[in-house]
Design a protein around this ligand. Structure first.
Ligand SMILES: Nc1ncnc2c1ncn2[C@@H]1O[C@H](COP(=O)(O)OP(=O)(O)OP(=O)(O)O)[C@@H](O)[C@H]1O
Length: 245
């Protein structure tokens, strides 16, 4: 298996001493990799560094073998990104937003816009203004925009955050379909453990800026009744170690 994303010893400490410490993670081709942790654990910080929106103080990120800090264009050539809530021009239609976004990518035209609208089930609503879209539809539009360049890796920060159950199920179904049918690799952050369990093949667990476990979801469950139970046990151990340090 080829590593699609390799993160080594990534550290970034903010002025308030929060941040991430020595994070090591590997996303393999074909993974739906769940990046799981509570609010404030450091998921967005890692993802922003991964895609060049923020700089690390130490460590490195390689995407498809290219260092993001030194070979940004090559590293990002096959990567689509949806970080934090998708921003769109609300006074324009969903389709118009995608057409504008498509201008950033050479060779991406109206046909690709049609395709991504279809992928995220927005074709019937493509001419409606985004102002009238539900949050789930806005997130699907963000996913469509992230897919315009036909990425092989999609990095999605909390794509189901704030959605109702139907909205969550819809996004999850799209992700699983893309992984299966188009062989897209995913790195998805979430603080919702059931989401991770239902969708992901491998997982990394981040707690207070440190990656405390990484492995197959089945390995992480390891004897516990549920992933939630396994996670709580893991965190209890980490807290115990910290208390004795
Ligand atoms: N620009 C910043 N300046 C100072 N502290 C920050 C900054 N960005 C993040 N932090 C802090 O760093 C820690 C990690 O934040 P981050 O947003 O990466 O976590 P997260 O796991 O994505 O959480 P959430 O699910 O709430 O988005 C938090 O304690 C946060 O308050």
């Amino acid at each position: 298996m080829n590593p699609v994303a390799e993160i080594k010893q990534l550290t970034k400490i903010y002025g308030n001493l929060r941040g991430i410490h020595d994070v090591n993670m590997t996303v393999q081709q074909g993974d739906i990799y769940g990046f799981f942790g509570p609010n404030g654990a450091g998921k967005t910080t890692v993802m922003k560094i991964m895609v060049g929106l923020s700089k690390a103080q130490q460590g490195e990120v390689k995407l498809f073998g290219y260092n993001v800090a030194t070979h940004y264009e090559q590293a990002m050539a096959k990567v689509g990104v949806l970080i934090e809530t998708a921003e769109a021009y609300t006074y324009m239609s969903g389709r118009r937003n995608l057409e504008l976004a498509a201008r950033f990518y050479p060779g991406v035209g109206k046909q690709r816009v049609d395709e991504v609208l279809e992928t995220v089930d927005l074709t019937p609503f493509q001419h409606e203004k985004v102002a009238g879209y539900s949050l789930g539809m806005k997130q699907r539009l963000g996913l469509a925009a992230a897919m315009l360049s036909k990425p092989e890796l999609l990095i999605l920060d909390e794509p189901t955050n704030g959605l109702d159950i139907e909205g969550m199920v819809h996004i999850r179904e799209i992700i699983m379909r893309l992984a299966r049918e188009e062989r897209i690799t995913f790195l998805i952050s979430s603080h919702l453990i059931h989401e991770m369990e239902l969708m992901c093949s491998r997982m990394g667990i981040i707690h207070q800026g440190r990656l405390v476990r990484e492995g197959l979801v089945s390995e992480l469950v390891n004897g516990s009744a549920t992933l939630e139970e396994a996670y709580l046990r893991e965190i209890k151990e980490v807290r115990g170690l910290a208390a004795h340090a």
